[in-house]
Design a protein around this ligand. Structure first.
Ligand code: SAM
Length: 282
């Protein structure tokens, strides 16, 4: 934060930076895993930063959280058991719990402090934390997945930090193999997969690893995310079955979910990939 009260995240690999005007710094803490900072901004509401990277703002998190939850849940024939790896701010959890078919959601985040600070500074994301279907574990999602029972989950949502620090292992072949084993035979994994403009070197290998670990279908969704590098983001789904065959389009079209971004048309539009993306996939 400079002396004129701007928070700036520099994205070295994109040669760019994004700044938000700050009112005040509300919190600053080094946990055993990462540095967490919370700011009050002028126009984006409260802002959470982990290790210098924007995690979420009150103003635009709805796009990311809805796109992490609803496309994958409407792509599964009967999503009952959901596991969220990461997701400590609880925004994705809130969206998942909007689905009546979901009977249990287990959230496994390595750092309890993220959830406690979300409760304090982003209470609107935590409104469903006391839902009887929600359970919380504060431990490493990589180790949890290694030990998970075969077929225990219908949907796995990896809502983690970038592939650095404690999240590095969440982008490996070993982790995807463990997810594949933990999913039932119509199971689907979805993971946040960075910027299509800046991070094809992450997205491309990720998609290949998903296929090489046994997933039969891989789809990348594109959506805007103003406070992330380049303002353009992706989530990648990996299904054991063909995702277009298990997609519940009728349900997505007629759902009465309270959303601000997601609807069935947005879902279809998000699946359209730009030309450079097709060319980069060999
Ligand atoms: N939307 C965000 C983004 O893309 O920048 C992610 C937000 S969420 C706060 C990320 C969470 O991942 C953090 O709470 C962090 O503690 C968690 N995390 C990182 N590595 C993890 C691991 N190995 N197991 C479980 N959770 C992890």
């Amino acid at each position: 934060m400079d002396r004129n009260q701007w928070f700036t995240e520099i994205c070295e690999e994109g040669g760019s930076a994004f700044s938000m005007k700050i009112r005040e710094k509300l919190h600053n803490e080094q946990t055993p895993f990462q540095r967490i900072e919370i700011y009050a901004t002028e126009w984006f509401g409260n802002l959470m930063v982990i290790d210098g990277f924007v995690m979420l703002t009150a103003r635009d998190n709805f796009i990311y959280h809805e796109m992490m939850a609803h496309p994958v849940l409407f792509s599964h024939p009967s999503p009952e058991n959901v596991v969220i790896i990461g997701g400590g701010d609880c925004g994705t959890l809130r969206e998942v719990l909007k689905h009546g078919r979901v009977t249990r959601v287990l959230q496994v985040d390595i750092d309890e402090r993220v959830t406690r600070l979300a409760e304090e500074f982003f209470p609107e994301l935590c409104v469903s934390n006391n839902d009887t279907r929600a359970d919380f574990l504060f431990e490493d999602g990589i180790a949890w997945m290694q030990a998970a029972d075969a077929g225990c989950a219908d949907v796995i949502i990896v809502d983690s930090t970038d592939p650095i620090g404690p999240a590095t292992g969440l982008y490996t072949e070993e982790f995807y193999r463990d997810c594949h084993r933990a999913l039932g035979n119509t199971g689907i994994l979805v993971q946040q997969s960075e910027s299509p403009l800046f991070h094809m070197d992450i997205i491309n290998p990720m998609r290949k690893r998903m296929r090489s670990t046994g997933f039969n279908d891989v789809q990348t969704l594109f959506f805007p995310q103003p406070s992330y590098p380049s303002g353009w983001w992706t989530a990648t789904l990996a299904g054991k079955q063909l995702l277009s065959e298990t997609y519940r389009g009728q349900d997505a079209g007629h759902s009465h979910l309270q959303t601000a971004y997601y609807n069935a048309a947005i879902h279809q539009a998000a699946l359209a990939a730009p030309e450079f993306f097709h060319k980069a996939l060999d």
